[in-house]
Design a protein around this ligand. Structure first.
Ligand SMILES: [Zn+2]
Length: 330
């Protein structure tokens, strides 16, 4: 098989740098550099080479059109369907400890396989006419590749009593008190001596993770509103609305109507990082691109932007380990 050129596509606004387009002549695959090791130059090239190998294996499998024995629940057309849990257990896929999702897409021309690092999920996309049995065998044929990819994802840290999570960049031990807190659902106790700071989550234990998630959304909203206001003031701009959401692929975004959206996980990062993402999105209010004028604006209100960008490239992915894989504000 002939591999075509590797072209850089426009950088997307997620603070993680450009996507690479790998062209095989027949298949186009966008590859986000944050899925591999974060660096420029040879490390990226190495990761691309590795990814190409995996892709070649995938394409060979598709060409072989192998049909196996895994039975899965029939999916409705255009449904985003999770594979039946029993079928996964029976197939030996469950030992992988990942969420499996099968999606049908009208535009998909062939089966594709993706391991989402942020969702800790294996996602198979298939054309409308392709059946689930085929998807199952496809998964099976690529188990080694899936296992390898999953193996590079650091362990998840769910919100549970005794877990240590970062808050504004500082480690905190979670304490579920089981009692109603006097200072609201969650309160913070500063670090003492060699002990970590503590986050006291009140109320019934079973609802503590939910309560903590809500509180973190609120804290993120508060910090981001302050940061946006400050940067917008510095640059003489005005944001229409600020929302905090669960976003897997972006730290922030700016809509043409002036709404800025941010990932709640920024509250886990050091304040400098949240501040940078706020400045970045505020600058998009004036420049909807990543050109030199855009970066000049960011630098004007955020002189330490290079330090923050570097932090995000190296540690940003790690923030996805904490708490629920997908979260929403209640
Ligand atoms: Zn951007």
């Amino acid at each position: 098989m002939e591999w075509g050129r590797v072209e850089r596509t426009r950088a997307r606004c997620d603070g993680t740098g450009p996507y690479e387009r790998l062209s095989t002549g027949r298949d186009n695959v966008l590859w986000n550099s944050r899925a591999g090791v974060f660096a420029s130059g040879h490390v990226i090239a190495e990761a691309i080479a590795k990814f190409r190998k995996a892709l070649e294996r995938m394409v060979r499998t598709i060409v072989a059109n192998y049909c196996g024995e895994l039975r899965m629940a029939q999916a409705k057309a255009s449904d985003h369907t999770k594979i039946d849990a029993d079928a996964i257990a029976a197939s030996g896929l469950s030992e992988l400890g990942a969420d499996f999702q099968v999606r049908r897409h009208p535009a998909a021309r062939r089966l594709t396989l993706r391991v989402s690092r942020t969702r800790r999920a294996v996602i198979v996309t298939l054309p409308m006419q392709c059946d689930l049995v085929e998807a199952g065998s496809f998964l099976h044929r690529n188990l080694d590749w899936i296992r390898e990819r999953l193996g590079t994802i650091p362990d998840a840290v769910p919100f549970s009593a005794g877990a240590v999570i970062p808050l504004r960049g500082e480690p905190h031990v979670l304490v579920f008190t089981g009692k109603r807190g006097a200072d609201g659902p969650v309160s913070r106790e500063a670090a003492e001596g060699t002990d970590y700071a503590r986050l006291m989550v009140g109320g019934m234990d079973q609802y503590a993770p939910r309560r903590l998630t809500d509180w973190l959304f609120d804290q993120a909203q508060r910090d981001l509103e302050q940061a946006v206001l400050r940067h917008a003031g510095n640059l003489g701009l005005k944001a229409r609305r600020i929302t905090v959401r669960d976003q897997a692929s972006r730290w922030g975004s700016c809509s043409t109507t002036g709404t800025l959206s941010f990932s709640w996980r920024l509250i886990l990062s050091p304040p400098l990082i949240l501040d940078y993402v706020a400045a970045h999105e505020v600058a998009h209010l004036a420049e909807m691109n990543h050109g030199p004028r855009f970066w000049a604006l960011v630098r004007r209100t955020m002189p330490k932007m290079d330090e923050a960008k570097q932090w995000l490239q190296i540690y940003g992915m790690d923030l996805h380990r904490y708490g629920p894989a997908t979260a929403s504000r209640r």
